[in-house]
Design a protein around this ligand. Structure first.
Ligand SMILES: [Zn+2]
Length: 512
């Protein structure tokens, strides 16, 4: 039975693999060997819920980790309190382990500290510790291993150097990319060594650094981006990062020629929407949202007025970095967040509906609307929800008359599960190029000012490549993240292990 080697590359985009094809010999080889699978991420396509769905085969409403990261750390409290109880014993490598397969896991995202498996599990803390004297993005993370005896055998370092996902400032971007490549190469070297030194049937390693690169460098790469500055020193940083991952994938394949290689991502990457749709302004105009008449918090009100002027100024002059550091420094962070998501100016006692911040304080094209069930004055919750869905579907771009929504649904039409209430009452997807925004007292369409800082954003199209099927056939080419765990188990020959909890199913089938 085949050994299976899985490389999880955060934010690897199928579109960019095609665009850079000529520069990526190993990816191109793998793409020729693999069935042409279309992998869709979950809703919202964000790292924490996505990897949890990959590990467990569960949709986010069942595993409950619907938390996302943003510059204001809106959900930081929930994220730091994530513990292993959600994963331990429920991941694809646990099922493989308990079926007698030997596993080797290297840095599975968030699965920390490591727990007992049949083999070796090297975990990496998600807490980044500052490196004294280093550049401001230099960080180190703590490493732990199961079993402890393996520390000496594999010469496991107590810490590894990493790079913060915080914006380094425009002038320092080049230096930032170099440090990030160095950290990635060191990780890959460590992972390769683990793949050679340990005895495994299932190997899994996770890489996250491509996500940071794409967030910060998108507008330097994409000539269609409205903030594309023309060819310059950062033009090829994303392409070069894909080249680096191409050589990493090649080295793993050459080192483990007998293994079935799987390369996958949690979501893709693309341009962050440059335009915004002020959903709260729309709800305000329709009478669902009421703005605080008294402006109870004058500081929030004042900052709100200043924000618009300051953002426009900064956007024009590309003074992005210091604004962000000001906005995210204590004590401004919580206040800027309130301003950003308008929560300081909404009268929650009178409002019926408002834009949810469940998907983070960032202008992505997916979002949701929360209904305040107490304030529906006479109408039933379901009447309000149906009416709102209809009105949101009718939203049009005022200058062209074109529809703005791709779809608008009740949350239970998206997923079912015990944590469904962590989703807002209504979920929606805007058309490409438009992000959901919180402004009140504002026109419907606006500009995404953070586009300068993080012009790249997550896309739902993800990557799933497999080097061989060992006599099996591909049953279907449409795949969700929930199908990954059962597919990996199937590739390991554990076809009979159908875990009742899985929301997905294997995409390969045994022939004959
Ligand atoms: Zn991700």
């Amino acid at each position: 039975m085949s050994k299976v080697l899985v490389l999880g590359i955060d934010s690897l985009s199928p579109a960019l693999l095609s665009e850079f094809e000529g520069d990526l010999p190993n990816f191109s080889k793998l793409r020729k060997l693999s069935p042409a699978v279309k992998l869709s991420s979950i809703f919202p396509p964000d790292t924490i819920p996505a990897w949890t769905s990959i590990y467990t085969g569960l949709n986010p409403a069942k595993h409950g980790l619907i938390y996302v990261q943003d510059v204001f750390g809106t959900q930081r409290q929930e994220i730091v309190s994530i513990d292993n109880s959600i994963f331990e014993g429920r991941t694809f490598w646990d099922y493989a382990s308990s079926s007698g397969k030997r596993t080797c896991l290297v840095f599975p995202h968030m699965a920390y500290p490591p727990w007992p498996v049949n083999g070796v599990m090297v975990g990496r803390s998600t807490t980044e510790l500052r490196v004294p004297g280093g550049p401001k993005w230099a960080a180190k993370t703590e490493i732990q291993i199961y079993p402890q005896e393996a520390t000496a055998k594999h010469r496991i370092p107590p810490f590894m150097t990493t790079v913060f996902g915080n914006y380094p400032g425009r002038r320092k971007l080049g230096e930032y990319a170099k440090d990030l490549w160095k950290a990635t190469s060191d990780e890959a070297e460590f992972g390769l060594r683990m793949s050679r030194e340990s005895d495994w049937d299932l190997y899994f390693m996770y890489f996250y650094l491509l996500d940071n690169i794409q967030h910060f460098f998108w507008r330097y790469h994409d000539e269609t981006d409205p903030r594309y500055p023309g060819a310059g020193p950062y033009k090829n940083i994303i392409r070069d990062s894909y080249r680096l991952f191409d050589s990493i994938v090649g080295e793993f394949m050459n080192s483990n020629p007998e293994a079935t290689t799987v390369v996958l991502s949690d979501h893709g990457h693309g341009m962050r929407p440059p335009k915004t749709v002020n959903i709260n302004a729309f709800l305000q105009q329709k009478g669902y949202l009421v703005v605080n008449a008294k402006r109870q918090n004058p500081a929030v009100y004042l900052i709100g007025r200043l924000k618009a002027m300051l953002l426009a100024f900064v956007h024009r002059h590309e003074l992005d970095y210091w604004l962000l550091s000001l906005a995210t420094s204590r004590p401004f962070a919580s206040m800027s967040k309130k301003v950003y998501v308008s929560s300081g100016s909404i009268d929650m006692r009178k409002s019926v509906a408002f834009l949810s911040s469940f998907a983070g304080a960032k202008s992505y094209s997916h979002g949701g609307v929360e209904i305040a069930a107490n304030n529906t004055s006479g109408m039933s919750y379901e009447e309000i929800r149906s009416q709102l869905i209809k009105e949101l579907l009718g939203l049009t771009e005022p200058s062209t008359g074109e529809k703005l929504m791709s779809w608008v649904r009740r949350r239970e039409e998206l997923y079912t599960g015990q944590y469904l209430s962590r989703y807002p009452d209504i979920v929606f997807q805007l058309k490409e190029g438009y992000g959901a925004y919180w402004d009140v007292d504002a026109p419907l369409i606006g500009t995404a000012y953070e586009h300068n800082i993080a012009p790249g954003g997550h896309k739902k199209e993800a990557v799933f490549l497999v080097s061989k099927l060992d006599g099996r056939t591909c049953a279907r080419t449409d795949m969700t993240l929930m199908d990954i765990a059962p597919t990996i188990l199937d590739l390991l020959g554990l076809d009979t292990v159908v875990h009742p909890e899985f929301d997905g199913s294997s995409i390969v089938e045994r022939s004959g």
